[in-house]
Structure formats: C-alpha cells, structure tokens
Ligand binder design. Structure first.
Ligand code: SF4
Length: 316
C-alpha cells in the first residue's frame, strides 16, 4: 500500500497532538495540598512533614500562586501543615480568596484541632467545604505517647464536630494507623462523631522527613505490617465513612506544594522551582506525581458542601 507524503505528515501531526494532549491531561493539578507551614504545636513521632524550615510565604505571593493553580485547572485546595491554625489570619485570607475570588469548588483544611476556635469558623466557615481533624486514638494515654496528647484531644474533637454541623462544614477525621493504635476499636466514637469521611492512613516513612535518627522525627518505631493494617481495616470496615489508605496508594499520589510553593517529589528528586517563578506546568513537569494512584484512592469525590446540581464534574 502506498502512503503519500501528505498522509505521513497528517499522521505524524495527529500522533504529536495526541501525545501533547495526553501529557497535558496528566498535568492538570485537580486537587492540590498546600502545606504552607511546617511549624506545628505537636510532636507526633511519625510526622512526615516536619519543621525543617519556619518559612511562610508572603500573602500576596501565596495568592498569586493560588491564582496560577486555578488557571492550570485546580478545583480543590487543601490547606495543611504543620499546623495551619498557627496562622489563622493568613489561613482565613487564603480561604476567602480561594472561594470568593477564585471560586474553587472545594476548600479543605487539615488540622490537629487543638487551635481551632469557633470564632474562626463563624467568620470563614461559609467558605470552608471540609474540615479534617487528625485523631489517632480515643485513648489519651496513647495520644500522649504518640506526641499529640494534651489531655483534651477527644473532647475537642467532639466540640469541632458540633461546630461543623452548626456552620455547615463537612467534618472529616484522619487517622494514622500505627504500632500504638492498630489494635484499638474506634467504632463507637466514629458512630457518635459521624464524620462524612474517615480516612485511615497506614503510617508512612518518607525519606529525609522521618526515616532515621538523624531526621527531626524517626517514624520507624511506629511502622506496622500490611497484615496489621488489614486487621485495623477489617475491624472498622462496617463504617460507611471508612476510607483506608495503604502505603502503596499514599506514597506518591498527593500533589504537595510546600511552604515555598514548590511541588515536592516523593521519588527522591529535588522539589520543583516555585510555581510563582516558573509557572505551574513547568514546575509539575519536574516532579513525579502518581496520578493513577490518586484516582485509585478516590482522590476525586463529593468534596463540596452541596452536591453539584448540574450532574457534571464530580462523578468521574
Ligand atoms: S503529624 Fe500533624 S499534628 Fe503531628 S506533628 Fe506532624 S503536623 Fe503536627
């Protein structure tokens, strides 16, 4: 069969465009975790985002970065740390900016809960879709051993859950399953607290963060086997809100922006350049993000206060 030169050119062009399209499809930062501070008021032994710097971005620069992310396709932002509520003013300004100016679909915060005040939620709650609070044990002795205890963590959790109901914020719980809590039965409290989502992570070791005696935290003493994680999961599988996340899915599936607005690479490479310097696309190209694992772990879910009424967008 003869193939003419124009046909070859056309075919090559189509292949080229398909490759470009595929690459671009993989580069859309749909859901971003902005760890704008590494500072924290707790000392969890397995922490994998430790206070290696005390840097926090200038507010105007942070807003510029968020605007670039929105232009690149971001639909959900999660503010994390460290502890985001160490900077309530900065956090509040970014939340309001993301919802009112950028009109993002979903805004969430992950916190250890200890510094959350009702006045903050009264002021900014209308712009917060999800508030996730970390709770690794309902036994205060275990919390103290982990490094998160202060005597009232459980009581505070119930208080935050009630504020979330009052201000129409989806309440979520995050639990790191580790050596000290994998035998615990949390069913009763989860039933009482009724989070819309209860994410349970298998404790993770991250190079340079918690992997040795030389890092700020040494998480190795907290690790559990897959079988031990499975035991915890089976005990709680009856909870509708239960979302288990083994290491396999967790390690590289989060798109993490650090305190300098650089994407982190969990494959051992250096972070990207700051997005405000090189743009989102170029920054993303320089790091590895396991997008299939992001989709497999259900990274896109019903993440708004109210479900989409047009039936589009979230169901994929
Ligand atoms: S795990 Fe969370 S609460 Fe604990 S030290 Fe790290 S950032 Fe703070």
């Amino acid at each position: 069969m003869d193939i003419s030169v124009p046909s070859i050119i056309l075919l090559s062009t189509l292949v080229f465009l398909a490759l470009i399209n595929r690459r671009h499809r993989c580069q859309i930062p749909v859901s971003v975790n902005y760890h704008f501070t590494r500072r924290c008021n707790k000392t969890c032994g397995f922490c994998f985002h430790t206070a290696t710097t005390s840097h926090i971005e200038d507010l105007a620069k942070a807003k510029e970065g968020l605007r670039l992310l929105k232009q690149a396709g971001m639909r959900k932002i999660n503010f994390a740390g460290g502890e985001p509520f160490l900077y309530p003013k900065f956090l509040g300004e970014m939340i309001d900016f993301c919802k009112q100016t950028l009109r993002l679909e979903s805004i969430s915060i992950v916190s250890n809960g200890s510094l959350i005040k009702e006045s903050f939620l009264r002021k900014h709650g209308k712009n917060v879709d999800i508030l996730a609070v970390s709770c690794d044990s309902f036994d205060e002795t275990t919390n103290v051993k982990i490094g998160r205890g202060s005597g009232n963590q459980v009581q505070k959790l119930y208080e935050i859950a009630s504020w979330c109901r009052k201000y129409n914020i989806k309440f979520k719980i995050n639990t790191v399953v580790n050596k000290l809590n994998f035998m615990e039965d949390m069913n009763e409290h989860i039933r009482a607290l009724q989070p819309f989502r209860w994410k349970c992570f298998q404790v993770l070791i991250v190079d340079g963060e918690n992997d040795s005696a030389a890092t700020l935290r040494d998480g190795r003493q907290f690790t559990i086997t897959d079988a031990e994680f499975g035991l915890f999961c089976r005990r709680h599988s009856g909870q509708q809100c239960f979302v288990p996340e083994p290491n396999r899915l967790m390690a590289k599936s989060y798109l993490i922006l650090d305190e300098y607005m650089r994407f982190l690479d969990r494959n051992g490479k250096q972070p990207s350049r700051p997005i405000v310097e090189v743009g989102v696309e170029k920054a993303l190209q320089s790091v590895f993000w396991d997008e299939p694992a992001f989709l497999e772990r259900g990274g896109i879910y019903d993440w708004e206060k109210e479900s989409c009424s047009d039936g589009q967008g979230l169901d994929w």
